[in-house]
Design a protein around this ligand. Structure first.
Ligand SMILES: *[C@@H]1O[C@H](CO)[C@@H](O)[C@H](O)[C@H]1NC(C)=O
Ligand SMILES: *[C@@H]1O[C@H](CO)[C@@H](O)[C@H](O)[C@H]1NC(C)=O
Ligand SMILES: *[C@@H]1O[C@H](CO)[C@@H](O)[C@H](O)[C@H]1NC(C)=O
Ligand SMILES: *[C@@H]1O[C@H](CO)[C@@H](O)[C@H](O)[C@H]1NC(C)=O
Ligand SMILES: *[C@@H]1O[C@H](CO)[C@@H](O)[C@H](O)[C@H]1NC(C)=O
Ligand SMILES: *[C@@H]1O[C@H](CO)[C@@H](O)[C@H](O)[C@H]1NC(C)=O
Ligand SMILES: [Zn+2]
Length: 520
C-alpha cells in the first residue's frame, strides 16, 4: 500500500530504498506505474464491461468476407507476438493487443484431421475453406480420399467446393493472397482438389511409383485451367517455378515443371481471349504501377519459390511487396465489386520459421501478418464486411519459466529456485525441432548453456526437446483461436470444429449451402 501512496503523490517525501529499486525496475522494463494501483485495473475492468455491454449483433448480410489465416499461429505464438510487438515499441509488451485481439467475438477451433490427431496445413485448409474435413496431406478433397489416391480424388462427390466457388456462384469477386508459393497447402485448398498436397507441379507427380497418378492434374494447372482459380480477380504470392514462369534464380528448386508450360503466360492469354484488362507483375514497382481502378485481373508472382521472410525481404522497388501492401492492393481492386467480394489472406511463413526452430523469424512474420490485418481494417467497412482471423494449427512453441515482466521475449530467463541444472534457458522453447542440443558430459546428459548466446541472431535455433531435421519441427494439436468482427461474427461463440468457419462464412454471406436467403 505504501507504494500506492507514494506513486499517487499522497505521501510525498517518503521513499524507502526498496521502493527506489522497484521504480528503477519498472523504468527498466517500461511498466506503466499506474499498474501498481488497483484503480488502474478497475478502470480497465469498467472499460471492458462497457464495451461488452455495447456489443451489438450485426445480422445484416455480409457483402464482403476477408479471411486471414496465420499458418501455424497457435495461441502461444499470438501471446509471444503481442509481447514482441510491445517491446519493439519500447514497452514492456504483455499489456498490449494485436490488431485482431480486440475483435468483439472469438471461438476456439478443433483442428484434427479425419485420420490424424494433429493436422497438416492442407487438410486443415480443406476444413475451413470447404467446410468438410479431410485426411492428412490431402488438399480440397473429403476424407473418402486417402493421401495419394488419385482415382478417388477424381470422383465429384469427393471434391467439395471451396468458399471461393460459393462466392463466385453468387456473383461475388474473389481474391487470394499469400506469401508462400501460390500452389502451397493453404492457397491450394482454396482452388484445387488433390490427393497429395505435394503435387504442386507435374514433376512431383512423376516421382510417384504409381504412374496412374498422372491422370490427376497438378495444383498449378488447376489454378489457371479450372474454376474457381480461373475466375480469381486477384492472385498474389510466390511460386513462379511451379507455375513454369520465368525465374530470377535458376538454382531454386521447389517444383520444376516438366511439361514446359508457362502457366503465367497461359493465364495472360486467357485474359486476352476474354478481352479483359489484366496485369502480370513480379515486383513492388510493377505492382505499384498497376492502374488498379481500370484493371480487371491481377496476377502477382513475386518469388520463384516462397516469398521472403519479412526480416530478409528486399524492400526496394525491385524487391517484394509486404503482405500489407498486397492486402491493400487486393482490397482496392475488389472493393468495386457490386455484389461484394471474398478475400483470403495467408501469412504463411510464420509456420516455416517455426519448422526451422527460428522463433525470432516467426515473431517477425507474426507482426507482418498483424500489420496486414490492421491495413485491411483501415480499408473495409465492418458493417458489411465479415473479417475472420484464425490459424490452421498450432506449433510446439511454449513460453516458459518465470521471466520478469518486460523480459526480452527472445531472451533468456533463470528461476534459481526451480531450475535443476543451474543454467538459464530461453523463455521460448520448442517441443520438437532442429534446435535439439543435448550432450553427454561423461556422467549425465546436459543441455547447451545459453548464457552469453545471442538468441536474437537470425541463425539461432531455439532449443527443442525432440530432435528433428531442419525445416521439420512438428505441428501441435491444441485448439486454435478464431477472432471475428462484422456481420454474423457472433456465430463464433464456443469450441467448434474447424469446418465451422466455412459454414459461418456461407451463412453470413448467403452463399454455398446457405445461398437461399435465411433472413425474412
Ligand atoms: C539462388 O538460389 C540459391 C539456392 O537457394 C541461393 O543460394 C542463391 O543465393 C540464390 N541467388 C540469388 C541471386 O538469389
Ligand atoms: C474480343 O474483341 C474482339 C475484337 O473486338 C472480338 O472479335 C471478340 O469477339 C471479343 N471476344 C470476347 C470474348 O468478347
Ligand atoms: C480509384 O477509385 C477509388 C474509389 O472510387 C478512388 O477513391 C481513387 O481515387 C481512384 N484512384 C485513382 C488513381 O483514380
Ligand atoms: C454502421 O452501422 C451503424 C449502425 O447502423 C451506423 O451508426 C454507422 O454509421 C455505420 N458505419 C458505417 C461506416 O457505415
Ligand atoms: C549446441 O550448443 C553449443 C553450445 O553449447 C553450440 O556451440 C552449438 O552450436 C549448438 N548446436 C546446435 C545444433 O544448436
Ligand atoms: C554457462 O556459461 C556462462 C557464460 O559462459 C558461464 O559463466 C557459466 O559458468 C556456465 N554455466 C555452466 C553450468 O556451465
Ligand atoms: Zn507447417
Amino acid at each position: 500500500m505504501r507504494v500506492w501512496y507514494v506513486l499517487s503523490g499522497r505521501r510525498p517525501g517518503f521513499m524507502p530504498a526498496s521502493l527506489l529499486l522497484l521504480l528503477a525496475t519498472l523504468a527498466a522494463c517500461a511498466i506503466d506505474p499506474d499498474e501498481l494501483h488497483a484503480h488502474h485495473w478497475y478502470k480497465l475492468g469498467v472499460e471492458d464491461i462497457n464495451e461488452a455491454l455495447q456489443r451489438t449483433q450485426n445480422t445484416k448480410l455480409a457483402k464482403n468476407v476477408v479471411l486471414f489465416l496465420g499458418d501455424g499461429m497457435g495461441i502461444s505464438t499470438v501471446t509471444a507476438g503481442r509481447i514482441f510487438k510491445g517491446q519493439k515499441h519500447g514497452k514492456s509488451g504483455e499489456e498490449g493487443y494485436l490488431s485482431f485481439e480486440r475483435f468483439p467475438n472469438m471461438a476456439l477451433l478443433k483442428t484434427y484431421n479425419v485420420d490424424k490427431q494433429v493436422a497438416d496445413s492442407a487438410a486443415a485448409a480443406t476444413a475451413f475453406l470447404s467446410g468438410a474435413k479431410g485426411n492428412f496431406y490431402t488438399l480440397g478433397v473429403t476424407a473418402a480420399v486417402k493421401a495419394g489416391d488419385c482415382a478417388a480424388s477424381l470422383l465429384p462427390e469427393n471434391r467439395p467446393k471451396s468458399i471461393l466457388s460459393w462466392a463466385q456462384e453468387q456473383g461475388k469477386e474473389t481474391g487470394l493472397v499469400t506469401n508462400t508459393r501460390i500452389t502451397h497447402a493453404t492457397p491450394g485448398a482454396a482452388y484445387a482438389s488433390s490427393a497429395q498436397r505435394e503435387w504442386e507441379c507435374d514433376a512431383k507427380m512423376k516421382e510417384e511409383a504409381d504412374p496412374s497418378v498422372m491422370q490427376c492434374k497438378d495444383i498449378a494447372r488447376q489454378l489457371v485451367e479450372d474454376e474457381p482459380g480461373m475466375s480469381l480477380k486477384v492472385i498474389f504470392g510466390g511460386g513462379r517455378q511451379a507455375m513454369g514462369a520465368p525465374l530470377t534464380n535458376s538454382t531454386t528448386t521447389s517444383c520444376r515443371r516438366l511439361d514446359g508450360q508457362n502457366l503465367a503466360l497461359k493465364w495472360q492469354e486467357r485474359r486476352q481471349s476474354e478481352n479483359a484488362s489484366y496485369a502480370y507483375v513480379t515486383n513492388t514497382r510493377q505492382l505499384k504501377d498497376v492502374d488498379i481502378n481500370n484493371t480487371e485481373f491481377i496476377l502477382g508472382l513475386f518469388a520463384d519459390n516462397h516469398m521472403s521472410y519479412e526480416r530478409n525481404r528486399d524492400v526496394s522497388e525491385a524487391g517484394e511487396p509486404s503482405l500489407s501492401e498486397l492486402v491493400a492492393t487486393a482490397i482496392r481492386r475488389l472493393d468495386r465489386a457490386k455484389k461484394g467480394y471474398f478475400l483470403i489472406v495467408e501469412g504463411g511463413r510464420i509456420d516455416h520459421a517455426m519448422h526451422d526452430g527460428k522463433a525470432q523469424l516467426a515473431l517477425e512474420e507474426m507482426l507482418a501478418f498483424d500489420a496486414a490485418v490492421a491495413t485491411a481494417l483501415g480499408l473495409v467497412d465492418l458493417n458489411e464486411t465479415l473479417v475472420i482471423v484464425t490459424a490452421d494449427h498450432s506449433h510446439g512453441l511454449a513460453i516458459n519459466g518465470y521471466p520478469d515482466r518486460g523480459n526480452d521475449i527472445l531472451g533468456t530467463t533463470f528461476y534459481e529456485e526451480g531450475i535443476a541444472d543451474n543454467m538459464p534457458h530461453t523463455t521460448l522453447l520448442f517441443t520438437t525441432g532442429p534446435g535439439f542440443n543435448y550432450s553427454y558430459d561423461g556422467t549425465k546428459v546436459v543441455r547447451a548453456n545459453v548464457s552469453g548466446v545471442d538468441t536474437r541472431a537470425a541463425s539461432y535455433m531455439f532449443p527443442a526437446t525432440v530432435p528433428t531435421k531442419m525445416g521439420e519441427s512438428l505441428h501441435s494439436g491444441e485448439d486454435v483461436a478464431a477472432y471475428a468482427a462484422g456481420p454474423w461474427s457472433h456465430l463464433f461463440h464456443r469450441t467448434h470444429e474447424q469446418t465451422y468457419v466455412a459454414h459461418v462464412i456461407a451463412y453470413a454471406a448467403q452463399v454455398g449451402p446457405f445461398a437461399s436467403p435465411h433472413a425474412p
